[in-house]
Design a protein around this ligand. Sequence first.
Ligand code: ATP
Ligand code: MG
Length: 697
Amino acid sequence: MESTIEILTSNKNHAIFTRALSFTEELGTNLLFKSNPDSFKNAHVTSMEQYSSMYKESIENPEKFWTNIADDFFWKYKWTGKFMDYNFDLSKGNIFVKFMEGGKTNICYNVLDRIVNEKKLGDKVAFYWEGNEFSESKKYTYSDLLKEVCKFANVLKEKGMKKGDRVAIYMPMIIELVVAMLACARIGAIHSIVFAGFSADSLADRMIDGQCSILITADGGRRGTKELDLKSVADVAIAECTEAGLVVSLCIVVKNIKTNLVDECSSTKRSKDGTTSWNSNIDVWWHDIMENVNDECECEWMDAEDPLFILYTSGSTGKPKGVVHTVGGYMIYTATTFKFTFDYHNEDIYWCTADIGWITGHSYIVYGPMANGATSVLFEGLPIYPDAGRMWSICEKYRVSKFYTAPTAIRLLMKYGREFVKKYDRSSLTVLGTVGEPINPEAWLWYYNVVGEERCYIVDTFWQTETGGHMITGLPGVTPMKPGSASLPFFGVVPAIVDEEGKEYEKTIVDHGFLVFKQPWPGMMRTLYNNHSRYESAYFERFKGYYCAGDGCNRDEDSYYWITGRIDDLMNVSGHLLSTAQIESALIEHSSVAEAAVVGFNHSIKGTGIYCFVTPKNGIRFCDALVSELNEKVRARIGPIATPDFIQCAPGLPKTRSGKIMRRILRKIADGDRDVGDTTTLADPNVVEELFKNKPN
Ligand code: ATP
Ligand code: MG
């Protein structure tokens, strides 16, 4: 049974499970999801009993559990004081979290020098880089990267950068991005990466918040048929920083697209002939300053509790927060979660499709995989360019065995149909991961049946920018899968569910509550940059003594956790707590619907009314008949209490650049309030106006 993955049949009452059941029937598969018995026979964890005993040790004796792991890393000096020290209770004083304080190490050393010199994996490929076009690819070994990183670290030092200085990075998915961040880590500078799809305002806001004195960027990037003019955005952002009193003294530019340079160009726009604007006071080409630089560079030995990077949350719920992660705890946590969650082995080829500009890219493209000496794919392009088969063509080309993506990407590819998937050989795949939002059962089953050919294990990983690494996740081949549930806590993680008053539910089955964590884990954030009081109020004030994740949650009879969406997305409809995710899932089930988003609005009788935004599939007309069918679907799945008050056609939904729906803005539209607030993190601000226009009276 160990190699048999099954959806537990004991949970028939759970709404999502019941729906999953009916889908499996529709799809003609039976309930037992079997994995390839050979795939996981050498797994790091091979049984639920083993998971349970390791888990027990990890929470009862975290010092013993994590020290065993930390011992495999290089420490210039071991910590001598407490392994873990913290306060989660505001009534007892300020909140703090520390792991291995006093220990001295360097994460760059551990992901490069240690892999090359101690693990003898210098010749192993660290990254297969795949460009936007089929014809572009390169590979980089661990030794190659070590040299490049040392060179760039020397450049940064030569430019006056030192431990504690902040460096902003705004780059496409190219190897220089990895080199830049690791070079910062090597000299102890704090990197602050801003996703290269963000606007000049968003970049400037983040640079100002972090007081970054240098910016590393590229002349441009390519995403499908679009060319991103990154340098022009950078120019505008730097001008905004200057206006705000921040001196940006250096802008290092990677030549990534073939452009000519207009020296001393005063305009901030790249001209039509493909030249790059240039301010020779601060702009330098990467390739120029990397010439004749020494390829050896001593590491700065960092305290385990020194900051490693700042990363801003995606901003789905408000102004982005500058989450700060530190060196030691983040290092061991990302390495360990990567190893177990993907059941990583030396021969694996791993591909995470996230952008390095998000936490998923930081933890599971760069630090976690590299700390394990893994070989990864680094992809600059788009999943649907030149067509919707691109992802699977890359899987075939590199024989990818472990694959990690987001539900939004899965739903996008589902729209194009299974033919694009079937065209390519996916027999190398064994583990398929998902992250970013609750995965709806349709998408889960498509991932499992179509992509994974009913052979692969699906790991649904719940975590956050703030948590640094996976929090709730299955383990391949071991944890029985239930579509829509991230399942059980990772080692060292102690989740709990509390009620509105902050009282913890003791019983196993909880219908609805708030997800909190009771004790720290090594990878958790330590503060918000320069704003410790916002850290305390955002995460520790509402429920005393706990870290509040901000997500609603259920727990079933098998102790599985089901994330139901953000606390803000819970609606109190005539006294019943309903989650928006539940209603969205019911809507998406309809074969004409591509996407749906649900919010509450002020309703004079019910308190909160239910307002649905629905995007029909390509070629489907939004009509009254569809609206009645959707109403019926929701009533049948959840009950009459959940019947929508409004269903509006939404040709597009307001999404963050990481693909998350911004319900905060939809709530404004539903309420007819035009004061929508900060929209700088929206991928396409135009959809907001469209939705106001389409609003039914
Ligand atoms: P902000 O905090 O600025 O509003 P954000 O929460 O979208 O932005 P992230 O840290 O990228 O920023 O996302 C974490 C959130 O994503 C979680 O709190 C949860 O709501 C959701 N999430 C991530 N993974 C999963 C998952 N596997 N299942 C359910 N929800 C998930
Ligand atoms: Mg969040």
